[in-house]
Design a protein around this ligand. Structure first.
Ligand SMILES: [Zn+2]
Length: 293
């Protein structure tokens, strides 16, 4: 059975881009933190289901909650990087981006005591205009990126990007491995599949059908979600209709839906999936593969 990637972006509910207009960065430290409780609930769920995941974690969160980072590592999960301060790459200069990923990687590796290989940009912000970021990632010691969404979307996406995991052969990021977010190809267009928001918004029958279609192409798919997506008690902000749907719709249904997927398909960390495809070198001998089917 194909191994698929289970991934979590570890961030606070108030750090999402939809809230940037409502919550100032300077206020972050004064808001109620919920990420430890939320992420712990996901860790408990994954332990119950016997599955390992990749946790793309913010440096900002890691510095405030080192025991959470250690719990992720101790659970046999892959610790990866979601940047430091959850700034979209489109809002950073190349020098600022380098400082951001360098700080986050060092923080995560110090606290976790493991090597961090993978990166996912806040809000999938590796787009046409920020492809230069792939060079920076490779030069800073990342071996794979999971930031490209091959779709047309109001805030992100490279609609013409390859849909399957691959090694970037030339141009920006040459040598780096890319694990794009999963899409379904329909009538010449790519539709997004497997994100927490889509899991909450779309009927399960559709999600299962779409994931089966991707599996039938012989490609692994990637599920991604955020800790706040399982938290029905999170403080709510007055958002527009679309942002409200994206942020809060069906929050109470994600755990049963996710559990259904975990039982129906084989999942592991993104790095293990890329290793299974020979896109990344195998884990060193003596290290148990962190994969439980
Ligand atoms: Zn994020």
């Amino acid at each position: 059975m194909t191994l698929n990637a289970l991934t979590v972006d570890v961030e606070e509910y108030f750090q999402v881009e939809a809230l940037a207009r409502h919550v100032d960065r300077d206020e972050w430290d004064r808001l109620e933190s919920r990420v430890v409780w939320e992420t712990s609930a996901l860790l408990d769920l994954f332990a119950r289901e016997g599955v390992h995941a990749t946790f793309f974690t913010l440096g900002w969160v890691a510095r405030r909650h080192p025991p959470l980072v250690r719990r992720i590592v101790a659970g046999g999960h892959e610790l990866a990087c979601h940047g430091d301060g959850h700034r979209m790459i489109t809002q950073m200069s190349p020098a600022e981006f380098r400082a951001d990923i360098r700080a986050a990687k060092a923080t995560l590796e110090d606290i976790g005591g493991v090597r961090v290989d993978g990166y996912r940009a806040p809000t999938f912000s590796v787009v046409e205009s920020t492809r230069w970021a792939l060079d920076a990632l490779r030069d800073e010691g990342f071996t794979y990126d999971a930031s490209i969404f091959p779709i047309r979307h109001d805030r992100y996406g490279i609609p013409t990007a390859p849909r399957a995991p691959h090694r970037i052969a030339s141009g920006e990021g040459a040598g780096l491995v890319e694990f794009p977010s999963s899409t379904l190809r329909v009538a010449g267009r790519n539709l997004p599949v497997g994100g927490g928001g889509y899991l909450r918004l779309l009927p399960m029958a559709y999600t299962r059908w779409a994931l089966d279609r991707i599996a039938s192409e012989g490609s692994p798919f990637m599920v991604y979600l955020h800790p706040w997506e399982i938290d029905a008690q999170q403080p709510r902000f007055p958002l527009g209709r679309l942002a409200t749907l994206r942020s809060y719709h069906n929050v109470d249904q994600i755990v049963p839906r996710l559990t259904e997927l975990l039982r129906a398909y084989s999942f592991g960390p993104a790095r293990a999936v890329l290793q299974s495809l020979d896109l990344l070198p195998p884990p060193p001998a003596g290290v148990a593969a962190s994969v439980t089917a």
